[in-house]
Design a protein around this ligand. Sequence first.
Ligand code: PMV
Length: 327
Amino acid sequence: MSKTVTARAHTNIALVKYWGKKDPKLMLPQNGSISLTLDHFYTQTSVTFDSNLNRDQIYFDDQLLPATKSRRISRFLDLVRQQSGAEAYAAVHTENHVPTSAGLASSASGFAALAGAASRAAGMNLDNTALSRLARRGSGSATRSIFGGFVEWHAGHDDASSYAEVLQDPIDWDIQMIAVVLKATRKPISSTAGMARVVKTSPYYPAWVKTAKTDLKRMRRAITAKDLTTVGQIAETNAMRMHALNLSAQPAFNYFTAATLTAINAVTDLRAHGVNCYYTLDAGPNVKIICAGKDTDVIKTALQRHFAPEQLIVAKPGPGITFTETE
Ligand code: PMV
């Protein structure tokens, strides 16, 4: 048996979103993106390459996944074997401290932790830039989860130039997110299939790529200026443009539930009453509210008219990937 490496990576929520690939094989995005890594949600994954195994064994919260459900992970391990020269199959133990597949970016923390643990267990010693490129091959948003704080993923034009880096970490000003965790129904369409359909069929796609570029520039400036209002405004508009792409695809699809719209309207209402808060949402029903920590209590109280207290989770900016190793 060789060494076991454990990695912990946190989720990130995009403020300027990735929604469309220009190269599906290399996972190169159509546009760059900017995110905030969160402290509250993370994935912890341990990997051991073991020549006694006759297939990869993937345990999810201590349950062994059947091969049919672990193909995407095995394919990613194949890439690590190919890059490292390791030949053995791997035992992978994953604990997900994120509501899975409900648009709370579990694939981001999941593939970031897997990339970190698997590459180190296979004897590769990647720096964080190279690790972010490797994580990208598992899931686009994982590219950013290698780093803490505000992170930018540069779209790039090939494998070497498409990676993430820190924009600001640590963050010494008051910005937090409240995750409104709604009932995790099955996704109507995966993010991979949804974004591919949008690129192919939405007549508005070229406008998305163009406005995303402007959003990136403005978002970088707003983060440097520590300007919560501008960060929130850009993020909210950018999120709704992404969802407008889905509504304009052929056939159209959406990730909203009735509760999603209730949460969105509650945020808009709070703002009309002078509370500085904004929403964003990803490929799932959950709404994330961008606000200052000093306002989280008033926002939670207002949202509790519609949602149970345990559905409202406050998250602060979170750290980059960390590792522990055992022989
Ligand atoms: O990484 P994926 O394939 O799950 O794509 C997720 C894309 C969004 O979360 C909707 C946006 C983003 O930039 O994270």
